[in-house]
Write a protein that binds this ligand. Sequence first.
Ligand SMILES: *Cc1c(COP(=O)(O)O)cnc(C)c1O
Length: 393
Amino acid sequence: MDTKKAGFNSKLIHAGGIEDALGSAVTPIYQTSTFRFKDADHGARCFSGEEKGYIYTRLGNPTIEDLENTLAELENGYGAVVTASGMAAVNTVYLAFLGAGSHMVSHNSVYGPSRGVMEKLYPNFGVESTYVDCTDPANIEKAIRSNSKLLYLETPANPTMGITDIAKAVEIAHQHGMLVCVDNTFCSPYIQKPLDLGADIVLHSMTKFINGHADIVGGCVVTRNKELYDKVAYVMKNVGFNMDPHQAWLTRRGLKTLSIRIERAQENARKVAAFLEKHPKIEWILYPGLESHPQYELAKKQMAGPGSMMSFGVKGGLKAGKTVMDNVHLALLAVSLGGIETLIQHPASMTHSKLSKEEREEAGITDGLVRLSVGIEDVEDIIADLDHALSLV
Ligand SMILES: *Cc1c(COP(=O)(O)O)cnc(C)c1O
């Protein structure tokens, strides 16, 4: 079925399909490293691009292509590449669009390793970066230099839930000839479509909502046009960031239920947030679906829903936060997010521990901040679990 004009849910189920000689309903796992040519001329035509054919799995594979085509359609992009991990997707973008003498502007509380690798590894190759609070567009403008090439955003950002106005940030960056990439992991295309808001590139850790079942690690990059697609495809294929066919197949299967997973998790999250906001042991809570979120209006404008991620502070700081994490039974004490199971973690000692205390505080990641990814269990059980753990504080 041609799904180009179909709705989002129909795309989730039917997009990307690769025709299979035996007519299988689901694109099979082509677990092969290489493909046989019919004859020498056929091989030559595949290599020259004259004929579309599969050559070698790092360069292309039907199971992988099924997933890539689907992601491009869901994000309203030209094309997508999938990668072995979310960090491979982040590095694909860095390598494709930055080089010696160039500068990147980014948000100060992006995913820890996205910032870590830029500040520790890329200076070796002459790449500079500036991290500011991009939730205020004036800070973006101030950070831009004559050699700035890329604005790298993550919104809502991890784990402070700070929201950047994508359309406004794009306007500023484009005036300076910069490309804009948005890490859309926290939302998935069901909630936010950065390319529709003017961004050039969108990436995901598919480990999170896209696959949604906490059983693979993967990433993807989707671009607005062919020129950008060719650049990211070159990096993915030649650096060897490619995904394995089995991993791609599992991800494509997980992706089919994206809408219903997110709807349910979001419905649960709204109730959990309302419960936490009123709880006497909670000092503060940040959830884009609460009117108390400083960017509640922007969230409503830019996102189709508030999602299922939130962070909160327990009265009594780090010690109290630890008591909660050590006494939940249904929620798993684990990093990662966006799966069907509720996960709880502590960024200052876990995901953002590589940043210095000053860097964390500047980015709003206080020692008492607890991050919660609400799953699709019965919401009464999630609330009872948190209520019990909080009662021990
Ligand atoms: C997890 C995550 C990443 C990195 O993805 P991996 O699949 O773990 O390599 C990047 N960005 C965000 C926002 C994430 O949550």
